[in-house]
Structures are given as C-alpha cells and as structure tokens.
Design a protein around this ligand. Structure first.
Ligand SMILES: Nc1ncnc2c1ncn2[C@@H]1O[C@H](COP(=O)(O)OP(=O)(O)OP(=O)(O)O)[C@@H](O)[C@H]1O
Ligand SMILES: [Mg+2]
Length: 423
C-alpha cells in the first residue's frame, strides 16, 4: 500500500508540474506572438501616442479597449476655450472633417500656429476623437536623432497610416523641428532625406490620413510644406473674456469639483468665487491657457498642503501673485532673447516681432507686463519675497457670499484625474 500511495503521489506531482509548465509556456507563447505581431503591425517608432488599438494594448487592457470602442464621439470643443471667431473657424473644421470621413472624401491638411500653451495639441486630439478617426501624434524633434533610419521610419508611419480603417489624423507636433527649409537652413543630409520622404508621401491629398501640423515658428517651414497646407489656423493668446472662461474652467475642475465631490480632503472657504475669478482673469493678462491651467493645479496643491485642507481667498491670491511674477520673468527672458518690448510705446514693434515668432502679442489690450506688475510691486516690494499661504485667511473667510447662479460657460467633466497635472 505504501508503494501504491507513493506512486500515486508521484503522478500527482508530475501532473501538477506538467500543468504549471503548460500554463507558463502558453503565457510565454502568447507574449512572443503578440510581440511578433506588434513588430509587424504595431505602431511605428516615430509615433509617440496613438488612439489605434495595438495588439499588446488589447491583450493587456481588454476592458479599457472595449470601452474605447464603445465610446461615442464627443463635442470637439468641450473644454477648449477659444475666442468666438476662432471657435467658429475650428468648429467648421471639425464638422468638415467628420463629414469627410463619413463620405470617404479627401482630407484637408491643417496648420495650427501660435504661442505655446494656447490649445493646439488639446484641440487636435479632440478633433480626432470627434471626427471618429484614429489619431497618432508624432513629434518633430524625434525625427532628427533617427539619423539615416529616419527615411525608413517615415515610410513606416505612412504605411501604417494606410492600414487604418477609420482614417488617421496624423498630428505632427513641434513640426518646425523637422520640416525646415531644405535649401537655406543647415540641416543634415539624413534629415533632408527624411523630409523628402515626408514630402513624397504627402504629395497628394489622401482619404487615408489627414495631416495636422502644429508649430510655434511656421515661418521656418520648407516652402513645399506650406504648399501642402489647405487651412491655416492661428491660436492666439486668450483675450480678457477667454481668460475669464479659462479661470472659471480650471477653478471648477481643480478646486470646486474636488471640494464638492465629498471624499476629498479639499475644503473651500466662503467668498464670492465668481467675483474672484473675474478679478484673477484681469490680473493674468498675457498668460496662456496652459499657465492658467497650472494656476488651477497650484490652488489645489496649496489646499492639499495646508494643515486643515482649506483653501482661502488669500491662498488663491498668493498663487496668482506667484504666477504673475513668474510670467513677468518669462516675458523678460523672451525680451532678452527676441527683443520683444512689452512697454506700450513699443507695442507695434512687439507685435511685429511676435508675429515673426509665430504669434501675435494682443493688440487690443495694453501689454500685460506693466499693468500687472505695478499693483504687484506695491504689494510685494522684494522680487523674491513670497507670500505665505494662509496669510490673512481669516479675513477672507469672513466674507460669505455664495457662488450662486454664476454664468457657467464651461465645465468639462472628463478632465484629468484630480490632483494630477493637466495633459
Ligand atoms: N484654449 C484652451 N482652452 C482650455 N485649456 C487650454 C487652452 N489652451 C491651453 N489649455 C490648457 O493648457 C494645456 C496645454 O495646452 P496645449 O498642449 O494644447 O498647448 P499647445 O498650444 O499645444 O502648446 P505648445 O505649442 O507648447 O505645444 C492643455 O492641456 C489645457 O489644460
Ligand atoms: Mg503642443
């Protein structure tokens, strides 16, 4: 009986081992197969980010993938704050793109230019999602370091774009980095060859992909690139009204929503939020959408780092002071390097120079620096003195005007996770 039970035991162990080996090798085999297919069909190395579902992604995150496949196209401009005229323009583009896809027409190529942080990338992604196309993001700066592999990589991008069933919106961010003039600029032989490959593949309008270029300095483009562009959109710095909408949007997203959401630690002192937002909008003149969104994150961080988690009016003001000061510093640097003068008497020159850099310093409003700086200088004499968060908080809390019936023009729900940084 002993021998019988021993052999029984043996068989059991052997069986289990075999099973383990089987499971293990099956898992490995799928991994290897996925990697093989990925290498064949997967995204080209030049593509940074794509909405196309790659094999490994689908295996790794099946639920996420299904959700994405089921999702309905959203409003192209949700959470993007633009001036009314620009909004109308880009809305037309969004509608035309969607219809082009549905009718299998030829896509139009778009160039978006403007100062940093004005919503170019944000809009391009929304446009792709809205139109129901796949999108792929390429960064111009990635091309040059590829050296002589650049040409192959570029062809791979377009071959891959050709296999998309939904049509691909190919977004080239920081496009000036590689689409420079072939003749006058000093570009390497490899980069020239890559650019030629790009030109070859984009020579004719396509019903497979749509080219969206974003740049801060489009005047550096090769002429052949300009020739391929059907529509030019200028993303300018936000004006007073847009700033107010932006401040409200990010105040809502990073402060109000977490404060009313319940579970969060963030609490908000009582003051007139609407009035505060208007006031901040006035003080943030010259700031980009990105700078304003960062301000929102700064308020949230201030609340989380305070002892009681309460965000007071004084804390908000302190962050605004900081942001304004930093913005001034950046403008100083810009002035040093580019000769942009921000004083009213030089406004014309500034606009001219700014235009040369791919953007326009707003003309209608007085230049940001002086107007914002003078009240600031009165308040904080030393340039590097910081206002401690929480200072004067009690005074602020005394005001008890609730935030009721404010005209909410914006209010995006699908923003980045609270506490995270903006995309
Ligand atoms: N018009 C806008 N409306 C709403 N949010 C904006 C807007 N512009 C910028 N933002 C905020 O700033 C972030 C960065 O903007 P985005 O990446 O679109 O800038 P960009 O124009 O592509 O800048 P860059 O030239 O530096 O690439 C966005 O994710 C968003 O949070
Ligand atoms: Mg960008």
């Amino acid at each position: 009986p002993d021998a019988a039970s021993a052999s029984c035991c043996w068989i059991g162990v052997a069986g289990l081992t075999l099973l383990a080996v089987g499971v293990y090798s099956a898992r490995n085999a799928t991994g290897v197969a996925a990697r093989y297919i990925e290498a064949r069909l997967g995204k080209p190395s030049l593509v940074r980010e794509t909405s196309r579902i790659t094999v490994t992604e689908a295996i790794k995150h099946p639920i996420k993938m299904t959700r994405r496949l089921m999702s309905k196209p959203q409003d192209a401009l949700e959470g993007v704050v633009l001036s009314p005229s620009l909004e109308e323009r880009v809305r037309d583009i969004a509608i035309a793109t969607r219809n082009t896809r549905q009718n299998r027409g030829l896509y139009r190529n778009i160039l978006m230019y403007g100062p940093p942080g004005t919503g170019k990338t944000l809009f391009a992604k929304k446009l792709a999602v809205h139109s129901g196309m796949d999108y792929a993001i390429m960064t111009g700066g990635d091309v040059a370091p590829m050296g002589r592999d650049g040409v192959t990589a570029m062809h791979k991008v377009f071959d891959w774009a050709g296999t998309s069933r939904r049509g691909l919106l190919l977004f080239v961010d920081e496009a000036d980095a590689f689409l420079r003039k072939r003749a006058t600029e000093k570009i390497s032989e490899d980069l020239r060859a890559t650019l030629n490959a790009f030109l070859y593949r984009t020579g004719e309008q396509s019903n497979k992909f749509m080219l969206v270029l974003a740049s801060n300095q489009p005047e550096q483009f090769d002429w052949a690139i300009n020739d391929r562009i059907d529509e030019i959109v200028n993303f300018a710095l936000p004006g007073p009204e847009e700033r107010e909408r932006l401040v409200r949007l990010y105040f809502d997203r990073y402060v109000l929503e977490p404060a009313t959401g319940g579970r969060q630690r963030l609490k908000l002192a009582q003051f007139d939020y609407g009035k505060k937002c208007s006031e901040i909008a006035k003080r943030t003149e010259g700031m980009s959408g990105r700078e304003i969104s960062k301000l929102g994150v700064a308020w949230q961080a201030a609340a989380y780092s305070s002892e009681d988690g309460v965000l007071t009016e004084a804390m908000i003001d302190a962050r605004v002071d900081d942001a304004v000061r930093q913005h001034m510093q950046k403008m100083d640097w810009l002035q040093d390097t580019e000769g942009i003068t921000m004083s009213p008497s030089h406004q014309g020159a500034a606009a001219g120079k700014g235009a040369k850099m791919g953007f326009i310093v707003p003309q209608d409003a007085p230049p940001p620096a002086l107007e914002v700086l003078s009240p600031l200088q009165e308040r904080c004499p030393a340039p590097d003195s910081t206002i401690a968060p929480g200072e004067g908080g009690s005074a602020a809390e005394k005001e008890t005007v609730p935030f009721a019936g404010e005209d909410q023009q914006t209010g995006e729900k699908d923003g980045p996770p609270r506490g995270g940084t903006p995309v």
